[in-house]
Design a protein around this ligand. Structure first.
Ligand SMILES: Cc1cc2nc3c(=O)[nH]c(=O)nc-3n(C[C@H](O)[C@H](O)[C@H](O)COP(=O)(O)OP(=O)(O)OC[C@H]3O[C@@H](n4cnc5c(N)ncnc54)[C@H](O)[C@@H]3O)c2cc1C
Length: 389
């Protein structure tokens, strides 16, 4: 029988492949020579934003008039898949914080707000962060406590903001923050989004939190004490913030799905090589059936997970509601990456716990993926509602 090429939906065309090659070069030249040092230093130089901006990577999917490069979900996925080859979730999350912070401004911000924030962030000159989570909780977005009260000062209108945020990615070094605040009554109907700039009196950053994962990223506490924010910084209409946050979560969840699948892919590839080299009892460990079957299960789960992700991305591009599907895809991808990174460390044995092996960092960095952007349990809550339960 003649062998035929496998049939795959035509998700990637020449524009995606050109982008893949360009991101891959960027990763090899600009990041790989330094990433291990940056991880140990718990940071990376700000110039990386500028270089990524100059290469056009930060503006993928944003309008050209603000310096962006229009594209579809698959351009974003290609960028995620390639940049994850740095094996630094921290660097990826930091470079990616703009993608959770600026979409509400691009969609609902005033013209002046768009002109102020989007070009500077897309160029890599400024950094943007999204601040929703509070010390009292992140899952219950409708319960946020940070208050923004309208006041007049010297004839000008401001929101006076009081409260605090925590676990904010890029929180230490961002310039622009998209902040969820309570402008109205209790519950989801009282929430708005405000753009708050670093340096606004009454706004301070606290600790750069030390963490298990994402060492190269900064994760901060933010404090607002009688912080006066111009009313022009309101993103969209007052008290419609909850809808904006939930809309924003859809693309964040797809990107976290992509990070989980890329984590699984790299861990699996590392194992495929290692089992051929590493010998025990006079044989390469890959010759043992128990190891082979582990690898088969890893590869099978990953294949299913990637298929789900691409399907969700294609439907998003077609404008079809993916609230249920993206929550399912995220949970499936993170279950898969939990399984694969655990087994990868197991297959590497002692070497799997050494910082010199890639699987050690993949294992640590993976742990956040079923918590950030909505936990596994919250995804299941969303899915159950969508199923009518
Ligand atoms: C490294 C890192 C980076 C982050 N970056 C950002 C950022 O940039 N911006 C931002 O706003 N936030 C950020 N977060 C916060 C993240 O989104 C939250 O940690 C997450 O949403 C969970 O909130 P929580 O930690 O307060 O947990 P909680 O909400 O306190 O939940 C605790 C546990 O209870 C479970 N639970 C809660 N409610 C239910 C329920 N109804 N049913 C069943 N189980 C439930 C949860 O699933 C979880 O297991 C980041 C977190 C980390 C660790």
């Amino acid at each position: 029988m003649m062998s035929k090429a496998p049939v795959t939906p035509p998700y990637f065309d020449e524009t995606h492949e050109a982008l893949r090659a360009s991101v891959s070069r960027f990763v090899d030249q600009e990041i790989m020579p330094h990433i291990d040092d940056w991880e140990e230093q718990n940071t990376f130089p700000k110039e990386v934003y500028k270089k990524a901006g100059d290469a056009g990577f930060l503006g993928l999917g944003y309008p050209e008039e603000f310096g962006g490069t229009p594209g579809d979900q698959f351009h974003k996925l290609v960028f995620s898949e390639e940049i994850m080859k740095t094996t630094s979730g921290g660097l990826v999350a930091s470079l990616g914080s703009l993608d959770i912070a600026i979409p509400p401004i691009a969609k609902w911000g005033s013209k002046a707000l768009k002109e102020k924030v989007l070009p500077a962030v897309i160029a890599g000159d400024k950094i943007a962060a999204l601040a929703i989570t509070e010390p009292s909780g992140g899952s219950d977005v409708a319960g946020i406590k940070t208050r923004a009260e309208k006041v007049a000062v010297d004839g000008k209108e401001f929101y006076k903001v009081n409260g605090s945020k925590t676990f904010i990615t890029s929180g230490m070094r961002a310039d622009f923050y998209t902040v969820a605040v309570r402008t109205g009554g209790e519950g989801y109907g009282g929430i708005s989004l405000l753009m708050i700039e670093k340096g606004t009196p009454g706004f301070t950053t606290g600790r750069n939190l030390k963490k298990m994962c994402w060492w190269a990223s900064d994760t901060a506490e933010l404090f607002f004490e009688d912080c006066l924010v111009p009313v022009e910084n309101l993103i969209g209409a007052e008290n419609t913030g909850f809808f904006a946050i939930m809309t924003n979560f859809q693309s964040e969840r797809l990107m976290l799905t992509a990070m989980a699948n890329a984590t699984s892919q790299i861990a699996l590839e590392e194992c495929m090589n290692y089992v051929k080299e590493r010998e025990a009892f006079g044989r390469p460990i890959g010759k043992y059936q128990v190891i082979k079957h582990k690898l088969v299960e890893m590869a099978t789960k990953l294949e299913v997970s990637k298929t789900m992700m691409y399907n969700v991305a294609a439907n998003m591009d077609a404008g079809i509601d993916q609230v249920k599907a993206v929550s399912m895809a995220k949970n499936f991808a993170t279950d898969t990456s939990d399984f694969i990174t655990y087994e990868a460390v197991q297959i590497f044995g002692g070497m799997g716990l050494m910082r010199e092996s890639k699987v050690e960092r993949l294992y640590r960095d993976n742990r956040i993926l079923s918590i950030g952007g909505g936990t596994r349990e919250i995804m299941n809550e969303i899915i159950s509602k969508q199923l009518g339960l």
